[in-house]
Design a protein around this ligand. Structure first.
Ligand code: HEC
Length: 158
């Protein structure tokens, strides 16, 4: 005990202990992703998807083509995060996720990637300011991306 106290009183030991404690705390906070409520997190992401798509349609109508890029980029990044927000079996009475997600997780992931591919294409096309080409993508966007996944993997929203 006396030895421990002696050791701890040296500046080096204090620095080492501090380093270890701060290091552990740092590792823990780096591993915690999201709010801790994964269902709330994914519903929040999905609401942002809907808001982004609405914004895209409004900008298209207003002829503000180049400004669509940022919304398409939001959708592209969201698409990357979708699979990690559906850990196996995370269901509740608040969730509209279907259990089929975990029976066909490959297909679910492919549907998320499909959203990413479309969003990349939309972003790159909007960048060219070509209104016709951008409209051609936007016209089918919701049905071909959100719709495809929701049909198989989401319960109807009441
Ligand atoms: C890979 C599958 C997938 C894709 C792609 C996808 N969604 Fe979803 N979405 C889901 C699932 C599953 C739920 C139900 C999540 C839950 O309640 O746990 C959901 C829920 C939602 C909700 C309800 C959120 C809430 O508050 O309960 C909205 C709105 C939504 N999605 C919009 C969109 C839009 C818009 C797109 C396309 C831009 C999109 N989603 C793309 C699977 C997907």
């Amino acid at each position: 005990m006396r030895l421990l106290r002696a050791l701890l009183s040296t500046p080096t030991a204090v620095a080492l202990v501090t380093f270890a404690v701060v290091g552990l705390a740092g590792a823990q906070s780096a591993m915690k992703i999201g709010s801790g409520d994964v269902i709330a997190d994914r519903q929040r992401l999905m609401k942002l998807n809907a808001a982004s798509l609405k914004d895209i349609n409004e900008k298209l109508k207003a002829g503000n083509i180049e400004a669509i890029q940022v919304n398409a980029e939001t959708l592209a990044l969201n698409a990357e995060h979708i699979p990690s927000l559906f850990p196996k079996g995370t269901l509740s009475d608040k969730s509209h996720a279907k259990p089929e997600i975990w029976e066909k997780f490959d297909e679910f992931q492919k549907d998320a990637q499909n959203l990413g591919t479309w969003a990349d294409k939309l972003r790159d096309t909007a960048k060219t300011k070509d209104a016709g080409a951008t409209e051609a993508i936007v016209k089918d966007f919701g049905r071909s991306t959100c719709g495809v996944c929701h049909t198989t993997f989401r319960l109807p929203l009441e």
